[in-house]
Design a protein. Structure first.
Length: 442
């Protein structure tokens, strides 16, 4: 984590203070359950909550103990004993370090996911607003980067909305996947701790008991979680890349908001660069990259090893903090995105009506031409337009005029039939249908 790409609420989840507070709550809830079972005195459980619950844990003291013990959980328990006193001997009864570490990691990931879901809701709201705003703003659709047929800018936003709506559904499933608790003791057999303790702690911490945890929560859960974050990052990159292409000088159909006083280049004062979406593309690469070590963590030795530990200490905070920042940044980009409808129309018209070529092709086949002959007739006229565009940068030959003057085409189609195929509204007549599929009847 670096401050440049971090937001305070997400960073706080991964702070030492937050971690140690969660560790304490896990231990204290376990003590409550042990007290109910008669394993430890009920007064001891109350004392642990009273003294530990109001304590401010000394991070420097814990770090100093760990430098000697070389064990983070023991260092924390030693410091907690200094706070609680004699009753501290009842803390961590029958538990192992993974019970604390893994359950804490689950709590942190759940908290992080709740922030990510809120981010996603804000992004969806921005995408929906811009989609409705530009539902009928016609622009050229491109395949392979080349002009294809008309779409609307609202459809581009609706497509992104549907994509992130799917991402949100996946994230909800990922949250459920990692929201498990393990308080099962060494090698996960509950030999020294009753399963009822795990049930109690899980409920208290807002988790589900892990069905079988060996000595750790199975890492396939975490692999799926971080893979989901990677998919969300990829969707962020897709939208960012679309905006970057639309902002190119030769296109300039949409543009990141450029604020007063903003500078685009240290050398060239005229520059207005897509810096935010370029930044999002880079951040997406990082989040996506975290999914690979998460998958490699699945194959641990026997009932446990700690090869996963160093990985998760880094990817847990880094992946969630980075994705949180990226989602909020993308929301800001969408919310303030400058959209230029006139430029969209101008770009679409630069190819002299070629966007209607498929309609002429279909009309010829319906009028009796073979598809092969129809394709040949349309293409030979279209290539004249292309050739003029390549010379001048804007078509000086008009596709409609070429078709009207082609005797072979006119053998099949009248002038009115040809002109009728140049109706732009034909291409957008089902936009409302698509919007209802995406957003519902409203």
């Amino acid at each position: 984590m670096i401050p440049r790409y971090s937001r305070p609420d997400m960073v706080a989840i991964w702070s030492p203070e937050s971690k140690f507070r969660i560790w304490f709550e896990i231990e204290a809830h376990a003590c409550d359950a042990l007290a109910e079972l008669g394993v430890i005195p009920k007064e001891a459980a109350k004392t642990i909550w009273a003294k530990g619950g109001s304590a401010t844990f000394d991070i420097e003291r814990i770090d100093a103990i760990e430098r000697e013990t070389k064990h983070d959980v023991i260092a924390f328990l030693t410091h907690l004993a200094e706070i609680v006193g004699d009753d501290a001997r009842f803390i961590h009864q029958g538990m192992t370090s993974s019970d604390v570490l893994d359950t804490c990691f689950s709590v942190q990931l759940v908290k992080a996911t709740d922030l990510l879901l809120a981010d996603m809701d804000a992004l969806l709201a921005a995408l929906k607003r811009r989609a409705m705003e530009h539902k009928d703003t016609v622009c050229i659709g491109r395949s392979h980067g080349i002009h294809a047929e008309p779409v609307t800018f609202g459809l581009k936003m609706a497509e992104a909305y549907a994509e992130f709506d799917r991402c949100r559904t996946r994230l909800v499933a990922a949250r459920a996947e990692i929201a498990t608790c393990a308080i099962s003791g060494a090698v996960g057999t509950f030999a020294n701790i009753d399963p009822a303790v795990e049930e109690h702690v899980a409920k208290a911490m807002g988790l589900q008991a892990e069905p079988v945890s060996t000595q750790v929560i199975p890492r396939d859960r975490h692999a799926m979680y971080f893979a989901t974050l990677g998919v969300i990052a990829s969707s962020i990159e897709r939208v960012a890349t679309e905006i970057r292409h639309l902002q190119r000088t030769e296109v300039l159909e949409a543009e990141e908001f450029f604020s007063k006083g903003q500078k685009g280049s240290s050398a060239m004062p005229h520059k207005r660069n897509p810096v935010l979406t370029e930044n999002l593309t880079g951040l997406a690469r990082l989040v996506r990259g975290f999914s690979i070590p998460a998958m490699e963590n699945v194959a641990l030795w026997h009932e446990r090893d700690i090869s996963h530990s160093s990985v998760e200490r880094m990817i847990g905070p880094d992946a969630t903090v980075t994705l949180d920042f990226a989602l909020v940044r993308l929301t800001g980009v969408i919310d303030k995105l400058m959209v230029y409808p006139d430029r969209m129309t101008g770009n679409m018209d630069r190819l002299g009506g070629l966007v209607h070529s498929q309609r002429i092709l279909l009309a010829l086949t319906q009028a009796g031409s073979s598809r092969e002959d129809a394709y040949r007739l349309v293409q030979r006229n279209a290539m004249k337009v292309w050739d003029s565009y390549q010379v001048a940068g804007s078509a000086s030959v008009d596709f409609l005029s070429e078709l009207l003057g082609d005797a072979d085409v006119r053998n099949y189609l009248s002038e009115d039939e040809i002109r009728d195929r140049f109706d732009l509204g034909y291409h957008t007549k089902n936009v409302d249908v698509i919007f209802k599929r995406v957003f519902g009847e409203d």
